[in-house]
Design a protein around this ligand. Structure first.
Ligand code: HEC
Length: 172
C-alpha cells in the first residue's frame, strides 16, 4: 500500500503520541487506562460505530439516500425530515450540538436511562458498552458543534409542517 503524505504524518503523530503516553505515569493517564484505549482509538471506534449502529442513517441528512456518501463534517447534524406516527412527530436531533451540552458522564447516564420516542432506538444506547458510548461521545466532540437545531417535537393532536415519513395508522 502506498502511503500519501497525510497518512505518513498521521502515522508519525500516532507513534509520537504513543511514545508520549509511555512517558506519562498510569495515574496521570487514568482515564485511558480504565478503558484500555487512547483518544485516537476511541475516536476511530466512534467513527465505526456511528456508521454501523445506524446513527448516521437518521441523524445525518441524506446519508441513507446517498449510500453513506456524506462528508464527515456533516455527520450527525440532525434532520428536518419528521417521523410521524401515533407518538406525534419526532425529528432526529442535532447530536453535534447536543453533545456540547453534556459531559461524558451525563451522556453515559442519559444513554442508560432515557426512553426516547420512536423511531429512535434508545434501547441500542441502553445496551451499549461504556467504552462504545465513550467512543461515540469522543467522535462527536472531536467533530465539534455544527448545523442548526432540528424542529421541536410535535404532539399527536398537532399538525406537523415539513417533509414527513408517515407510519401507517394503527401500526403502534
Ligand atoms: C431510525 C432513526 C434513528 C436512528 C437509527 C437513531 N436515532 Fe437517535 N433519534 C431519532 C429521533 C427521531 C430522535 C428524537 C426522539 C424524540 O424526540 O423523543 C432521536 C433522538 C436522539 C437523542 C436525543 C437527543 C436530545 O436532544 O435529547 C440522542 C442522544 C440520539 N438520538 C442518539 C442516537 C445515536 C447515538 C444513534 C446511533 C446508535 C441514534 N440516535 C440512532 C432517530 C434515530
Amino acid at each position: 500500500m502506498v502511503a500519501d503524505g497525510r497518512t505518513m504524518i498521521s502515522r508519525i503523530s500516532f507513534l509520537m503520541l504513543g511514545a508520549a503516553l509511555l512517558a506519562i505515569s498510569p495515574v496521570e493517564y487514568g482515564f485511558a487506562q480504565s478503558v484500555g484505549s487512547s483518544d485516537t482509538d476511541l475516536i476511530e471506534r466512534g467513527r465505526y460505530l456511528v456508521k454501523i449502529a445506524g446513527c448516521n442513517d437518521c441523524h445525518t441528512p441524506g446519508y441513507v439516500q446517498t449510500g453513506g456518501m456524506v462528508p464527515e463534517e456533516l455527520w450527525l447534524t440532525g434532520d428536518r425530515l419528521g417521523w410521524h406516527g401515533a407518538w406525534g412527530t419526532t425529528y432526529p436531533a442535532n447530536l453535534r450540538l447536543y453533545m456540547q451540552g453534556v459531559s461524558v458522564e451525563e451522556w453515559i447516564q442519559n444513554a442508560r436511562t432515557r426512553q426516547l420516542r420512536p423511531p429512535m432506538p434508545w434501547f441500542a444506547l441502553r445496551d451499549m458498552t461504556e467504552t462504545d458510548l465513550r467512543a461515540i461521545y469522543s467522535l462527536v466532540r472531536y467533530l465539534g458543534p455544527a448545523g442548526e437545531p432540528v424542529p421541536a417535537y410535535v404532539p399527536p393532536e398537532q399538525e406537523p409542517v415539513g417533509p414527513l415519513v408517515r407510519f401507517p395508522v394503527g401500526s403502534q
